[in-house]
Structures are given as structure tokens and as C-alpha cells.
Design a protein around this ligand. Structure first.
Ligand code: M6R
Length: 607
């Protein structure tokens, strides 16, 4: 969850580290710090707060000319948000930064206390600095290996040893760490966004291998001390894709990118005959043939995309599909075998719970297919098969374009699956593909509701509770609308199956309580209208979302959001846009930080 950057080369490290931390801030942003090799030894500057606070603090020091260092932006796990708890942590000759959680830190702390070593912070990270210092006798790699053997948990470390100037050591387990080399030196970071300004070619450090960065080389060694050549990866987008491009917030930019990102996700998988084909991604049809059960597992918004995917897969395949929250799935003793296809979905490809679910599925013999946005991420590398969402970098913590790209992949997957199993004909597949492509202009049109939704949201600025209600495929959409709103506007909201309200929750609907009623499904429209009337009769402030115009007396709602008409099964794309804008403008009207909401981080690499 934290951001990590390391650099050693010919340029001023301070600038590179601060720039890197600014790019990485979306991964964790409650405090930040940098350490550099300077003439008089390692110098560390830390600040509780944003990277801008750290940058301001560094201005007080005019003599930071070092060209090697490490930087960290923190998302607190152990210990409060204080300068002391911020990274880097130094103990003796060791200075390090860490992303992850050391689960056995307390046992290690007790053992180290017996040797007279005590921490000054409340972090698990400082214990590792102490452990390394206790094991270090001049051979850094030997000390790192000995320390790793004692650590339980997820981690990515960048480590500097005071008596080995301008060298950075790296080690990881589960948490991501990428490295690259350019003419300016060598770099390491937790995310490619911090590297792309220097090189588009990079590698992911393999787990439990140690990288040693010097000014002009990166050497990776395995546990036998043999040199390893990691597989190089290439990033296809450039630095501008990770910039705001004139939008006030990344989230708004990313919402508006959706027509392009849906197109980029769909297009390469459509043959000139107009059917879905996964030859390029080497997903063989055989994996669809023998499956008798599908499990989709993911977290948050990715899981919500999975809920929509279930509806489509079951509708066309008539195979049972379960959708499981990854953090629960792994502890529920799930039933899987060789006939189970487990689909994991993750924008970052690094979500710890989703990764653990994937590993569990593999160990039980299931076939795994992942829908991933970040190439080279751990989930990408460990899955049997991967379908990439071509969403480009998603910087705002609230996931938007990744969600509709995930939906695109799930629809494509459904069509190929159904074609292979013969539950749809080639002609039907072509028709489905055409309708899916037509969703792109509809999404474009939905974006023109921008101003209208902004106006609606001015009514929500002082609300503290809100309900989303829907039926059929609109119900999982309610979940997505609800998480988006909570996440950034801090308005408490609940997603409810509209028919379930009267079994308890209707008691909370009183005068002025906002209810977003998603009513896009003609099959259940009359039932949905009855539910809208029920909440209206209790004084609800109703925002009604429909698929094109519907017949309903104007007194039944306060504001309509009329989506461009699409086939009912495709409304998740257009409705998602409306829900994203609703969350965005609610947040703006309430004056909160859109892109970096409190307590959250973009990639959840800890359990
Ligand atoms: O990177 P992932 O897709 O695995 O992330 C999963 C969730 O943490 C993520 O979707 C989260 O729910 C979003 N911030 C919601 O907008």
C-alpha cells in the first residue's frame, strides 16, 4: 500500500525521490520520507502528511547533493501517523523502507530486546532494521538472507548500509518491486508510474531474490547466490497517461477516458468476422470445454464487476457461477477441483487477498484466469491465463475506468465461452459483439450528463445517509454506486435489493432521505416502480436512473437521470458512468479530496 522509490546514479537523488513519491502518492499518503547518501553519511528527512509537506521540509536543507537514496510514502499499518513512524527507519548501519506487514514482528522484537536492541517507533519496519543490523557483519547479502529466513508476512524492502555508499539492496515477498536502468542510473519502485519517466523497460524482482543496485548496474541473485536474469517487461503507455491532462482530478479524467478504454479492451479481441477470439492472449478453448463450475473472486469494485459478470455468464452458459469476496474466500474452505474455473479480477494485480485466493485455487487444481490491468503484476505472473484490461494507468483511488474495462473483459469472456460450448451460435456471437461495441457511443453520451449530475449532487452535500436500490442486474450496480459514494464523499450509503426494503430497511426511509433508484431493467420495471412509490410515500428524495425514457408520473421522483438507451443487459456500462459522476460531484460539493480519500490507498497489498 505504501509507495517505494530508490535511485542511485548521477543525478541529484533528492529531486528524483520527491518526484517519484509524488507519482506514487496515490498508493499511500499519510506520511513520507527520504534518506540519501551524503558526504557526511546517510541523511534522513521525514514528515507526517503529504509528499508536499516533505518537499517543503527538504527546502530547509541546502546541502542535499547526494546522488543515491530511497524514499517512501506511507499508509500506516503499525503505529499512528507520526514523523517517527514514517519511513525510512534507521538502526545502526541499516536504513530501510518497507511496504507490507511483518506478521511476527512482535516475537522478533522480544528476541532483539534480549540483545539490548529497542525500537523508537511503533512500526514493524523498524524491527527489521534492528534485525538486519544484528545480523550484519560486513556482508549485506548474507545479512538480508538471514533476516528473510526469519520474517513472516508480505514485504518489499529497499535497504542501504552505511558502510556501502551509493548501493541499494532490495528484497520482496508478495509486495511488488520493479526495477529499471537508464543512462542516469538505476531505479527501483513499487509501481511503474515512478519509473516510466526514465525507462519503459523494467523487470519485476522475483520473490526472495535480492537485487543490488549500483550507479550503473543491477544484479539479481537467488538463494544459492547465483546471478539471475529477470524477464524484462515493457510498458506501452507513456508518462502523459499518468497525468491529469487539464482535468481538476484524476478521477474525472479517468471517468472521461472510458469510451477509449472500453474500445481498447474490446477491439483487439474481435476478429474481422466479428466474433470474440483470445488467440493473442493464448487462452485455449479447451479451458472452457470441461468446466462445470465458475468461481469469480476479487475485492471491492473488481468484485462488483464480477457480480455483473456472473449474471452474464449464467445467462448464456447455464453454468453455476459464484462470486466470492477474496478476503473471505480463502478462509471458507472453498470447494474446487479440476473442473472449476477460478476467475480473479484485479486492477492492480497486487491485491493481497485476491493473490492469496488465486494461489489457493491453483493449489486445489482449479484452472485460473485473471482479468488484470497492470502487466507484470504478481497476479498477472502467477495466473494460468490472463486477459488484460487495457485501461492504462488508473491513479485515482476510486476505480472507474478499470471497472468498465473489467466488465468489457467479462462480457467478451462470456461470449467466447458460450461460443465454444455451443450455447450461442456464431451469428448470435456477432450480434452480441456488435451490441457491445455500440455501448461505446452510449457511454460517450452518458458522459454528457456531467452537468446535470453535478446539479443533482448540490442537493446531497449535507446528507449523511443514502440508499441505492435496484433489481436484477441493477442490484450489483447499486453496490458499485454505494462503494464509490462512500469512498470519496464519506456519505454513508447502502445498496439494497429493492424488493428487500420492506423486510427491515424501509424503517430508515424518512422525509428527505436520498434514494438512488436504478430502474433500467424492463423485465422488473413495474416491480421497481412499486418500490420507488413505496420510498416516495415515506418522503424519500428520489434520484431515478433509467435506460431511456420510462413512463412514470413526475411526482414519483425528484430528479431523473435518463441514460442513453441500450439493450438492458448492457446498462451496467452507462449506469456506472452516472454512478461515478454522482460520487465525484458529491465529493466535490462536500469539499473532500477526490483522488486521495482518507484512510484508503490504491493498491491493497496487505491483508
Ligand atoms: O487493484 P484491485 O482491483 O484488486 O483493487 C480492488 C479494490 O481494492 C478496489 O477496487 C477498491 O474497491 C476501489 N478503490 C474502489 O473504488
Amino acid at each position: 500500500m505504501c509507495g517505494i522509490i530508490g535511485y542511485t546514479g548521477s543525478l541529484k537523488a533528492k529531486n528524483i525521490l520527491l518526484e517519484g513519491l509524488t507519482a506514487l502518492e496515490y498508493r499511500g499518503y499519510d506520511s513520507a520520507g527520504i534518506s540519501m547518501f551524503e558526504k557526511d553519511g546517510i541523511r534522513t528527512i521525514k514528515a507526517a502528511g503529504k509528499v508536499a509537506d516533505l518537499a517543503k521540509k527538504t527546502e530547509e536543507y541546502q546541502d542535499l547533493n547526494g546522488t543515491s537514496g530511497i524514499g517512501h510514502t506511507r499508509w500506516a499499518t503499525h503505529g499512528g501517523v507520526t514523523e517517527c513512524n514514517s519511513h525510512p527507519h534507521t538502526y545502526g548501519k541499516v536504513t530501510l523502507i518497507h511496504n507490507g506487514i511483518i506478521e511476527n514482528y512482535h516475537e522478533l522484537e522480544l528476541e532483539l530486546a534480549a540483545t539490548g536492541r529497542y525500537p523508537v517507533s511503533q512500526t514493524d519496519t523498524e524491527i527489521v532494521a534492528m534485525l538486519l543490523d544484528s545480523l550484519y557483519t560486513g556482508n549485506a547479502i548474507a545479512a538480508i538472507k538471514a533476516a528473510a529466513a526469519q520474517l513472516d508476512g508480505a514485504y518489499a524492502f529497499c535497504i542501504m548500509f552505511a558502510d556501502e555508499p551509493e548501493v541499494i539492496y532490495c528484497l520482496r515477498n508478495a509486495s511488488p518491486l520493479l526495477a529499471c536502468k537508464s543512462k542516469e542510473g538505476t531505479f527501483v519502485a513499487s509501481d511503474v508510474v515512478a519509473l516510466i519517466g526514465y525507462s519503459k523497460d523494467y523487470f519485476a524482482l522475483p520473490e526472495q531474490q535480492i537485487a543490488r543496485l549500483t550507479k550503473d548496474s543491477i544484479t539479481v541473485t537467488n538463494d544459492m547466490d547465483e546471478v539471475v536474469i529477470p524477464k524484462m517487461l515493457h510498458v506501452s503507455w507513456d508518462i502523459t497517461a499518468a497525468q491529469k491532462k487539464g482535468y481538476p482530478h484524476f478521477m474525472l479524467k479517468e471517468i472521461h477516458e472510458q469510451p477509449d478504454t472500453i474500445l481498447s479492451t474490446i477491439l483487439p479481441r474481435i476478429t474481422k468476422e466479428g466474433i470474440v477470439d483470445f488467440t493473442v492472449e493464448q487462452i485455449p478453448d479447451t479451458i472452457f470445454k470441461d468446466v462445470n463450475r465458475i468461481i469469480i473472486t476479487a475485492c471491492g469494485t473488481a468484485m462488483h464487476a464480477g457480480l455483473i459478470g456472473r449474471v452474464m455468464l449464467e445467462k448464456l452458459l447455464r453454468i453455476p457461477v459464484e462470486v466470492e469476496i477474496a478476503s473471505e474466500f480463502r478462509y471458507m474452505d472453498p470447494i474446487m477441483d479440476h473442473y472449476t474455473l477460478v476467475i480473479t479480477i484485479s486492477q492492480s494485480g497486487e491485491t493481497a487477498d485476491t493473490l492469496a485466493a488465486l494461489r489457493l485455487a491453483k493449489s486445489e487444481g482449479a484452472t485460473t484466469l485473471s482479468i488484470v490491468n497492470v502487466k507484470g503484476s504478481t497476479i498477472d505472473r502467477e495466473s494460468d491465463y490472463v486477459l488484460y484490461t487495457q485501461a492504462g494507468p488508473e491513479i485515482a483511488v476510486a476505480s472507474t475506468k478499470a471497472y468498465t474495462a473489467q466488465l468489457s473483459c467479462l462480457y467478451l469472456l462470456t461470449y467466447r465461452f458460450a461460443l465454444v460450448r455451443g450455447t450461442i451460435t456464431t451469428q448470435q456471437c456477432k450480434e452480441y459483439v456488435t451490441e457491445l461495441r455500440n455501448v461505446i457511443p452510449a457511454v460517450k453520451e452518458a458522459l454528457t450528463l456531467n452537468k446535470h449530475i453535478d446539479d443533482i449532487c448540490s442537493n446531497l452535500a449535507d446528507k449523511e445517509d443514502l440508499f441505492f436500490i435496484g433489481r436484477g442486474i441493477d442490484y450489483p450496480l447499486c453496490w458499485e454506486g454505494s462503494i464509490k459514494l462512500k469512498e470519496i464523499s464519506y456519505i454513508h450509503s447502502e445498496a439494497y435489493a429493492a424488493g428487500e426494503l420492506k423486510h427491515g430497511t424501509l424503517s430508515l426511509i424518512t422525509d428527505g432521505v436520498p434514494v438512488v433508484a436504478i430502474a433500467t431493467q424492463s423485465k422488473v420495471l413495474t416491480k421497481m416502480i412499486s418500490n420507488i412509490r413505496e420510498v416516495r410515500a415515506r418522503g424519500a428524495f428520489v434520484i431515478l436512473i433509467t435506460n431511456g425514457e420510462i413512463e412514470l408520473e413526475a411526482s414519483a421522483y425528484d430528479y431523473p437521470i435518463v441514460l442513453p438507451k441500450t439493450p438492458d443487459y448492457l446498462t451496467p456500462f452507462t449506469a456506472a458512468v452516472a454512478l461515478q459522476l454522482l460520487a465525484y460531484y458529491s465529493c466535490v460539493h462536500r469539499g473532500y479530496d477526490v483522488d486521495q480519500p482518507r484512510n484508503l490507498a490504491k493498491a491493497v497489498t496487505v491483508e
